[in-house]
Design a protein around this ligand. Structure first.
Ligand SMILES: [Cu+2]
Length: 487
């Protein structure tokens, strides 16, 4: 599709009836009914821990709906998504990535502060049948990160087919806290995305939005969680859609971390927005719930402001979907017996991050979101991504202030490789508490200017660039990406 026609198509999509064959309601997101036959058990990815990790990406199939199984990708024999890699800060790790696809791929370690040559961006290509073996020291703070393909113009397709996985980093600060951390019991990774199906049950890999929510690749997912505080590590791995998450009885929950790890203290809310590429860790207290009771984690996506991806009202076409502008269940939770070593209270403080401020800044630059008008793709500063172009050059150890200006036609999710930054300003008002920690991805709504500060330290390389890009993978594939050198 031509993403440059976004604005025109969006305007048309609400008034033009587009015929579609997506009327099969079997996968429509579940309501809060107690009929458990509506639900499928949540897939919790297996985990691998240590300092040596082997990942093999392969073709697979998965039965999502009645009829044919869907052609998918998965790492290590999984039918959609891959194992969770659990690493310790300070460890030297090696990862061997074997590509059993008949296409090239790459694997990017999203959020990691590592040398550019190890980053897994578009330049670290793994040919079909090949193996790539990056190695690096884990410098990141404890938090929820992820890996995914980053092959230019193929990121959307490979991610959409299910290539991706979580990385959980542990460190002494996090380990000293009384937090839920029994993986798969009271510490649950949740990756949110949605897919549209063609009539033969293959994925439709063209538009911005899917019609059916997949939580860890599970349609209509349900899970039994223990009657205590549970930790949900939520990743938005969508093509474009944003989620405004909350719980179906409107209870409050605590945000304890975002992209780059723990916040300094928990923040209590009853909604949290999470956009493509972002992570948020929340604690939900199920301690007062009756055994066997049910509650839904839901997306409250009705009535979001124009530019919020997925708020468009159409239910079909490139910028519509069955989930657009709706509230829908993300995870149906059944309350089960409490587990050993249950966490029953919330820590009052978490980490002791010291963030960059304006006073620390040694260099500033501005990046404008451009393009997207009829007939053109989205770009930065009117430059379409060039494989050999260097768009920014940064001096090693500079503390840079980046101002991202979106006087354009839609919202975007802005991701920078190499660094974790601090969001210091939004032109619309205050920076959200849910994004008050270290971040690698920031939502830039339509009409807004966002300012972030990062230090570009440790890794100089005069040849190999890092990427900054929109994390809407269709925009990224279309050229909404730039390259920077640190030297
Ligand atoms: Cu974008």
């Amino acid at each position: 599709m031509n993403f440059g026609k976004l604005s025109a198509l969006f305007l048309l999509s609400s008034i033009v009836l587009i015929s579609c064959s997506k009327s099969d309601a079997s996968g429509v997101s579940a309501d809060t009914s107690t009929d458990t036959s509506l639900y499928n058990e949540l897939f919790v990815p297996p985990f691998i821990t240590g300092t040596n990790f082997n990942l093999t990406l392969d073709k697979a199939t998965k039965q999502f709906k009645s009829g044919s199984a869907t052609a998918t990708y998965g790492y290590n024999g999984n039918s959609f998504w891959g194992p969770t890699l659990i690493m310790n800060q300070g460890d030297d790790v090696q990862i061997n990535v074997t590509n059993n696809l008949s296409d090239q791929t790459t694997v990017h370690w999203h959020g990691f502060h590592i040398p550019a040559i190890m980053d897994g961006g578009p330049h670290q290509i793994i040919d079909a049948g090949g193996t790539w073996s990056p190695h690096f020291n884990v410098k990141n703070n404890a938090g929820t990160y992820w890996y995914h393909p980053h092959l230019h113009m193929k990121t959307y397709e490979q991610l959409a087919k299910g290539a991706g996985g979580f990385i959980i980093v542990k460190d002494p600060v996090e380990s000293a806290l009384a937090l839920p951390r029994t993986y798969g019991t009271d510490d649950i990774p949740l990756v949110l995305t949605s897919r549209r199906f063609n009539s033969d049950n293959t994925f439709d890999i063209t538009g911005a939005y899917g019609d059916y929510l997949l939580t860890n690749g599970t349609m209509n997912a349900q899970v039994t969680l223990p009657k205590q505080y549970v930790r949900l590590r939520i990743l938005n791995a969508e093509i474009e859609r944003g989620y405004d998450l909350g719980l179906s009885d409107n209870r409050s929950f605590a945000i304890i971390g975002n992209d780059g790890g723990l916040l300094n203290a928990p923040v209590t809310v009853n909604r949290v927005k999470i956009m493509a590429g972002e992570r948020v860790e929340i604690l939900v207290n199920l301690g007062a719930d009756a055994l066997g009771s049910r509650i839904d984690l839901k997306a409250y996506n009705t009535g979001q402001k124009f530019g919020f991806p997925g708020a468009e009202p159409a239910n079909a076409g490139d910028f519509g979907s069955l989930l657009n502008n709706k509230d829908f269940s993300v995870l149906h939770i059944k309350v089960g017996a409490s587990s050993a070593e249950a966490i029953t209270s919330l820590p009052s403080t978490l980490a002791n991050n010291t963030y960059w401020t304006n006073a620390d800044v040694t260099n500033s630059r501005t990046i404008n979101i451009t393009g997207g008008q009829a007939g053109s793709a989205f770009t930065f500063d009117n430059n379409t991504y060039g494989f050999t172009s260097i768009n920014q050059t940064i001096k090693l150890n500079d503390i840079e202030k980046w101002t991202i200006v979106n006087n354009n036609i839609f919202g975007h999710s802005f991701h920078v490789h190499d660094v974790q930054f601090k969001i210091i300003a939004r032109s619309s008002g205050a920076v959200g508490e849910h994004e008050s920690g270290w971040k690698d991805t920031v939502y830039v709504p339509l009409g807004e200017t966002v300012t972030v500060i990062a230090k570009f330290d440790d890794f100089a390389d005069a040849v190999n660039p890092y990427m900054y890009h929109c994390h809407f993978s269709n925009h990224e594939d279309g050229g909404m990406m730039g390259q920077f050198l640190v030297n």
